[in-house]
Design a protein around this ligand. Sequence first.
Ligand code: APR
Length: 236
Amino acid sequence: MARMSKIRNIVILTGAGISAESGVDTFRSAGGLWEQHRVEDVATPEGFARDPDLVLNFYDARRAALHNVEPNAAHRALGRLEREWDGRLLLVTQNVDDLHERGGATKVLHMHGELGSALCGQCDSRHRWGSSLIDRPPCPTCGMSALRPDVVWFGEMPYQMDTIYAALGQADLFVSIGTSGAVYPAAGFVQEAKAAGAATLELNLEPSEGSHWFDETRHGPAGELVPEWVQEMLAG
Ligand code: APR
């Protein structure tokens, strides 16, 4: 990997694998969410139109389950990196859980949205949301019963893509943690970063679909790999 001294701007991308050791299901592992539910039914606008109760119950259950899990050593290590790194750091997550924030990170870009937020389908306003949506509570802004989970479904545009691409264009180091590299545009970030001259590192339980793009790959549980890597970065 490029000499530490040369690294100032870091972009980190995380996926479901970073929350696996906290007991949050990943999507594509054996017994994962996409084996339990059909993507078309619970993660598309068409599925929501077809059966809103099924979709609202799915996300209500995931939101409620957040109360039973805690951030793990990987989340906490990234919280520490944010506090102690004196260069630029952008933490982008595909995850909709709140474990990065509960692990101490304060500037987390949720490109696929958050379980803790509700989006009004009528007036487009967003609201921090900790309870369920199945009873169609009125939107606090417009009063309409049009709230949906503020989660990016397949076929919808991820959030803050301009901010992400701008940071990738300036990155000295791109690190991918706990993601299978199966879903674009996130799966293409490594190539964007490489094109900008950044060094690239994958930390994942097993090789991802995009492993071959990375300068360096380390395979194992995030709860071990991430604290080790953060210590290396801060030790300089
Ligand atoms: N430590 C590190 N990596 C892990 C761990 C762990 N303890 N457990 C699993 N992994 C790895 C798996 O090997 C896999 O490569 O995490 C990855 C999880 O992959 P997916 O389940 O495909 O999740 P993710 O990559 O985040 O999915 C991307 O797809 O379904 C959509 O919008 C959803 O954000 C999601 C996107």
